[in-house]
Design a protein around this ligand. Structure first.
Ligand SMILES: Cc1ncc(COP(=O)(O)O)c(C=O)c1O
Length: 375
């Protein structure tokens, strides 16, 4: 069965590459829906708000809108895009802790009232431009071992959380909860355990101070597999989170999350072609028609390593892969084990849906990969 699926998949990418040319960025609708289903089944108490920064292609957004999930938005453009697709503003959380005043005004005008903050300055800004908003304090939490560290830039010290929530109340805002982010592609369960414990202390404190909180936002960071040999660490992480949620938070607390990577990552495939070949330093170099200025921009922005696969069979040898631009930064990998390839051979990367095509540029006049939806 697995063999048949594999051969069907290879036939599909070969025929699409022939018909549409490369590079191609394929988005699978069934995989998007599978990931939503998996999230619901692994974290049944948690309501997902898809972090649309991970991949804002309309096909992805429409699929998630139909799957009835919420959206984490970070800018005027993201709010505008998702509202224009018919999403009710109460399905959104404005989860950028530092918001442009214009974006706050825009959010208020369009009734996007749920948002995060992490400083007194931000509270004053929210009060001025989006009064009476419902605010969640984002706290700084451990990001140990996460591929993308976020606590460097965001999050109030947990010890300051209560006084900031009280300040929000006195400013006429509605302090409604606590949020955190353990860092993206986080495989370290300890980050979640420590964050949940800290958040629960703030919940208890707030209750004692007659300011009961209603929402816990556990952010994003849920990991995916990039290499075939990796284990799916989302499964044990989710199981620990569930136990801790039930131990630390009463059933009337609403739990939400802002997953990006885990919902869209596994649903996309990048198909490229070898357009050049050389031998440099006793090693084969292959130049591909996409690179770090394109859909492989995650190598730079997302600190991501991908698994490169080919259709051709042969004895593997250490190989360098480079992108099509004139910049030597555009080297994809210097140590891939691949058989000898020829110009025109296909090379593909799975699980590349997040922080990839969305950050592609037009550098050197080379446009981003063509996006196609597949079943
Ligand atoms: C505020 C916020 N929420 C959610 C996300 C999504 O995180 P992930 O893709 O790791 O799930 C990010 C990613 O940077 C973020 O900054």
């Amino acid at each position: 069965m697995k063999k048949k699926l594999k051969s069907n998949f290879k036939k599909l990418i070969t025929s699409l590459a022939k018909k549409e040319n490369t590079p191609l960025f394929l988005i699978s609708k069934s995989r998007l829906l599978e990931q939503v289903k998996k999230f619901h089944s692994l974290l049944p108490r948690v309501k997902p708000y898809y972090a649309m920064k991970a991949n804002s292609h309309p096909f992805v957004l429409k699929t998630f809108i139909n799957a009835q999930i919420g959206f984490d938005v970070a800018s005027i453009n993201e709010i505008n895009t998702i509202l224009k697709l018919g999403v009710n503003p109460d399905r959104l959380i404005f989860a950028n802790t530092v918001k442009n005043p214009e974006a706050l005004k825009f959010a208020a005008r369009h009734k996007v009232t749920l948002m995060t903050f992490d400083s007194e300055y931000e509270l004053n800004k929210i009060t001025k431009y989006a009064p009476r908003s419902k605010v969640l304090i984002r706290i700084k939490v451990p990001n140990v071992g996460s591929i993308v560290e976020l606590s460097l830039k965001f999050g109030a010290e947990p010890a300051d959380a209560m006084s900031l929530l009280i300040k929000a109340y006195h400013l006429g805002l509605k302090p409604i909860g606590v949020s955190f982010h353990v860092g993206s592609q986080n495989t370290n369960i300890e980050n979640y355990l420590a964050s949940l414990e800290t958040a629960s202390i703030i919940f208890k404190d707030a209750k004692l101070k007659q300011l009961p909180l209603e929402i816990l936002d556990i952010g994003g960071g849920f990991p995916i597999r990039y290499f075939d040999y990796e284990k799916d660490s989302f499964i044990p992480i989710a199981s620990h989170i569930n136990k801790e949620l039930n131990r630390l938070f009463s059933s009337d607390v609403q739990i939400i999350a802002e997953p990006g990577r885990v919902l869209v990552g596994p649903a996309c495939i990048l198909v490229m072609k070898v357009v050049g070949k050389s031998i440099r330093g006793n090693k084969h170099w292959y130049y591909l028609d996409d690179g770090v200025y394109g859909s492989l921009s995650g190598i730079i922005f997302d600190h991501c390593k991908y698994h490169y696969k080919v259709l051709r069979k042969g004895i593997p040898q250490i190989t360098t892969l480079a992108g099509p631009s004139c910049d030597s930064l555009d080297i994809i990998s210097v140590s891939e084990d691949l058989p000898e390839l020829e110009i025109g051979d296909l090379i593909y990367v799975e699980n590349i849906g997040a922080y990839s095509w969305v950050t592609a540029t037009n550098f050197n006049g080379i446009p981003p990969a063509k996006v196609l939806s597949i079943p």
